[in-house]
Design a protein around this ligand. Structure first.
Ligand SMILES: C[S@@+](CC[C@H](N)C(=O)[O-])C[C@H]1O[C@@H](n2cnc3c(N)ncnc32)[C@H](O)[C@@H]1O
Length: 184
């Protein structure tokens, strides 16, 4: 199965910390292999991600501070395709864009923005596919979640995260967790 990595562009440390953290948590929980936070560094987010991975398990990487141009260039040089999530793109429901992405058989770099993205993101130089999760504006988190769920056909929701210190046992009501650490 090809892997998916998320490129988070446009993070403003003063404004976007919570939302970027949610993008990373969404990426991890819904099957992506990692997130690249481009152009800026935010140590607090890195710390949060490390804590989550340490407690909740699984393999997941978080890189930051790489210029977006370099991240995209490297990805393409390594044979991956680039998907830019944007309300202006091909509608994931009414077009065959998802089938074309899957048919490529290649690893996928998914770009999500925050503020208005550079125009080049829409061009062939950057994106192989511009994908809309419906053509209404909403959020980087919701668009990423829907994209990943459709890409993995829901199977990511059954994933086991190896080496987890804490694991939820699903219940009709209440909370049940098992833990390998007395802290929980
Ligand atoms: C809050 S939106 C801001 C978009 C910005 N106003 C613009 O015009 O580019 C932030 C990000 O959410 C994602 N997004 C929002 N709505 C989307 C949609 N309908 N389909 C796909 N991605 C979407 C895009 O990645 C976008 O860069």
């Amino acid at each position: 199965m090809p892997k998916i990595v998320v490129l988070r562009w446009g993070h403003r440390p003063q404004r976007d910390a919570r939302l970027t953290t949610h993008v990373v948590l969404t990426a991890r929980a819904l099957g992506a292999s990692g997130v690249i936070l481009t152009d800026v560094k935010d140590e607090k987010i890195k710390e949060t991600v490390e804590k989550v991975v340490n407690n909740w398990g699984g393999r997941f990487f978080f890189e930051m501070g790489i210029p977006w141009e370099k991240a995209v260039r490297k990805w393409r040089e390594n044979g991956g395709v680039v998907v830019h999530l944007t309300a202006y793109g091909e509608n994931i429901e009414t077009s065959d864009v998802l089938e074309r992405i899957k048919a490529s058989g290649k690893d996928v770099l998914v770009i999500v923005g925050s503020q208005k993205v550079p125009r080049e993101f829409f061009s062939e130089k950057v994106s192989d596919f511009n994908v809309a999760i419906g053509n209404q504006p909403h959020s980087e988190c919701s668009s990423l979640a829907v994209f990943l769920d459709r890409y993995f056909n829901g199977k990511e929701l059954t994933k086991t995260f190896e080496n987890a210190k804490i694991r939820i046992i699903p219940q009709k009501r209440g909370k049940k967790v098992v833990s390998s650490d007395s802290e929980f």
